[in-house]
Ligand binder design. Structure first.
Ligand SMILES: NC(=O)c1ccc[n+]([C@@H]2O[C@H](COP(=O)([O-])OP(=O)(O)OC[C@H]3O[C@@H](n4cnc5c(N)ncnc54)[C@H](O)[C@@H]3O)[C@@H](O)[C@H]2O)c1
Length: 81
């Protein structure tokens, strides 16, 4: 499984990040919006879409979806798949 960074937690990014996490990847979701980062941090989606609320909550609880306001390379980790 890979480390994946998704930039933007809107319509495309929220769904993509949650689905990558569901597939077992470790996902950092970056957004400049404090409100969106706070929502995902609380296990809530930034959009309305069937099934997304349950998926985001599950992936936050599993620790595979981590929202951030800034992106930073994780030291000591591989950077490609
Ligand atoms: N939604 C679609 O169906 C669709 C289809 C084709 C292409 N696109 C393209 O995909 C991209 C995303 O679309 P969307 O619908 O998810 O938009 P969106 O507005 O819902 O989400 C974009 C997110 O990116 C964040 N953002 C902006 N600048 C940023 C930065 N520098 N760093 C981190 N986050 C940043 C915004 O705060 C916002 O939350 C756009 O370029 C759009 O044109 C979207």
């Amino acid at each position: 499984m890979s480390d994946i960074s998704v930039f933007g937690l809107g319509y495309v990014g929220c769904v993509s990040a949650a689905c990558f996490a569901k597939q077992g990847h470790s996902v950092v979701g970056v957004d400049v919006s404090d409100a969106k980062v706070d929502l995902v941090n609380a296990g809530k989606p930034t959009i309305l879409e069937e099934g997304i609320a349950e998926l985001v909550a599950e992936m936050r609880a599993a620790g595979r979806l981590r929202p951030r306001r800034r992106w930073r390379k994780r030291s000591g980790r591989r950077t490609s798949a």
